[in-house]
Design a protein around this ligand. Sequence first.
Ligand code: ADP
Ligand code: MG
Length: 583
Amino acid sequence: MKSTGIVTGIISNLVTVRIEGHVSQNEICYVKLGDERLMAEVIKVSGKNAFVQVYESTRGLKQGDTVEFEGHMLEVSLGPGLLSSCYDGLQNNLKTMSDVFLKRGEYTDPLDHEKKWQFIPIANVGDRVIAADWLGEVKEGWLPHKIMVPFAFKGEYTVKSIAGEGEYTIDDQIAVLTDAQGEDHKVTMVQKWPVKVAVGGYVEKPRPYRIMETGVRCIDTLNPIAEGGTGFIPGPFGCGKTVLQHAIAQQGDADIIVMAACGERANEVVEIFTEFPELIDPHTGRKLIERTTIICNTSNMPVAAREASVYTAMTICEYYRAMGMKALLLADSTSRWAQALREMSNRLEELPGADAFPVDLSAIISNFYSRAGIVSLHNGKTGSVTFIGTVSPAGGNMKEPVTESTKKAARCFYCLEQARADRKRYPAINPIESYSKYLEYPEIISYLNNKVNPDWVDKVNKAKNLVLRGKEVAEQINILGDDGVPVSYHEQYWKSELIDFVILQQDAFDKIDAITPMNRQEFMLTLVLEVCDHKFNFPSFEDCSAKYKEIINIMRQMNYSEFHGGAFNKYLEQVKNILSNEQ
Ligand code: ADP
Ligand code: MG
C-alpha cells in the first residue's frame, strides 16, 4: 500500500503535507494538481507532516490537493542508450532544445524502448551469480556495455536461462535467475538505481594508484590527477573553467564521460547542446558525444531538479564503472548545486551555516566526492570514476564556504586566477597555489617514476621550486630595480618565465599544442630543466633577458610543431646550439 497525503501549506517549491501511513526521507512522491502530476521529494518528516520539495513550479497548487508517495527514492534508469543522450537532473530525455523547456508535469522516457541491441551472452546456465555480475554484453557505439545482475538482487542466484546471441530491446527478457528459495526472477537490460546513495557493486576501493592523463601540461606534469581521483577548479567568471573542463573531457584518458552542466546560465546550456555534439574525440576520430552523457539544468529550472543533477550524473558514472570502464565525471559548476542546497535549507528554516549554506554543507560535498574512486570488481577487473568539478566563488573569494568545503574533499586543486587570465596566460592555473595530493602518495610516485622517467617526480618538484623562486625574485627586482639586484636574480626570474611560457601556458585552441601526451611532456620538461641547469655567465641582466627570450620563443614554436617533426627538430637543434655555444 502506497502512502498518501494532503497539501497543508506551500512556500514556493516547498510543500507541507499531512500524511496517511509512513513515508521515508528522500522518498519520491507526486503532487496532483488537476490533471498534472508534479514530481517531488521528501526532504523532512516530522510526526504526521512531511516537507516535500517539488521539482516543478507550484503555481496554482492549493491546500487539500492530494499527494501520492511512491515508496522509493529518486532513481535513474540504467541500460544501453545512456551514451549520446542529454538529460535534465531528473533524467528527462532532452532530445531537442525545445525539451529543455518541458511543460510542467511532463516527464520523458530516458531510454529508447524500441531500439534493438545485439546481445552476446557472457554467463552460462547454471552459473552462480550475485548483483553486479556480468550476464552479457551489447555494443553501445563501439563500447561493450555489460548487462549486469540487477544491483537490487540480494544474495546468490543461479542462472536458469540466458538469451542466445541476437537482437533484443531493453525490455526483452535476457535471463531468468533463481534465488536461494527457488523463486525465479526475470532480468532485462534495464535496471533502476537510487541516485543519492552509492550502490557499491565492487569488492574494494583502494587508494588511487595510477594517473589519468589529460594532455594538459599544467595538470599532468605539475599536479597530476589520479584515475579514480578527485579534483576541483575554482575560478572567477571568464578565467577558463569551462574551456579547461572541455579540454579534459576531450583529451582525458577515459572510456566514458558524463558532463553535468548544473545550473549555469541558460545560454551556456544551449552552447553545450550545439558545441558538444561537434567535438571530435582525439583518441578515436569519432564524435565525442558517442561516449558522453550530458546532464544539464539551467538556473531557470526549479532548485530541487538542479540539486538532483549531480547525483544523477554520478550514478551513471558508477554504473559504467561496474562494467569495468573508466568513467570521467565533470561538473560545471558545483557552486550552483550548493546554491540549490542553500535555497532548500533556507526554505526549511534550518539553522544556517556560513553564508546561509546548510550547516552540513562540508559533509554533503565530502560524501559526494567520496563516491569517486578506482574499484576492484568481483571478477578481478577494475573500473573507475574520476571526478573534477568547477567552483565559481563569488567575487573570486577563495574563502567562501563552497570553495573551502570542496578544498577539504578534493585531492587536486587547480586554482584559476584572474591575474593570469588578464595577462592571457592560459590555462590560468596558478602554479604556486595549486596542488595535487596524489604526488605525495608513494604508489603514485613509483607509478610515475616507472612510467614516465626514473627521476620524474624529482624533476617536477624542481620545476615547482624554480617557479616559486622566480616569483620571490620578481618581487625583489620590482622593489630594488633591475640594477639593484645581482644578475643571478634575473636568471632566476627568467628560469621561472621559461617554465611558465613553455610548460604552463598551453593554447586550448591549437590542434597540436592543446594535447600533449605524457612522453612529450617528459621531453619538454627535461629540456627546460637542461636550460635551467646550464651555466650561462651573463655579463649583464640585459644579456640574460635577451638570451632567455630567444630560448622561450624557440621552445614555444616547438610546442606548436608536431613532436619530432621537421620543424620541431629544427627548433630543438637551435636550443642545443645555444647550450653548446655558451659553454
Ligand atoms: P569560465 O567558464 O571560467 O567563465 P571560460 O572557460 O568560458 O571561462 O573561458 C573564457 C575565455 O577565456 C574563453 O572564451 C577563451 O577565450 C579564454 N581561454 C580560457 N582558457 C583558454 C586556453 N587554455 N587557451 C586559450 N584561451 C583560453
Ligand atoms: Mg563557464
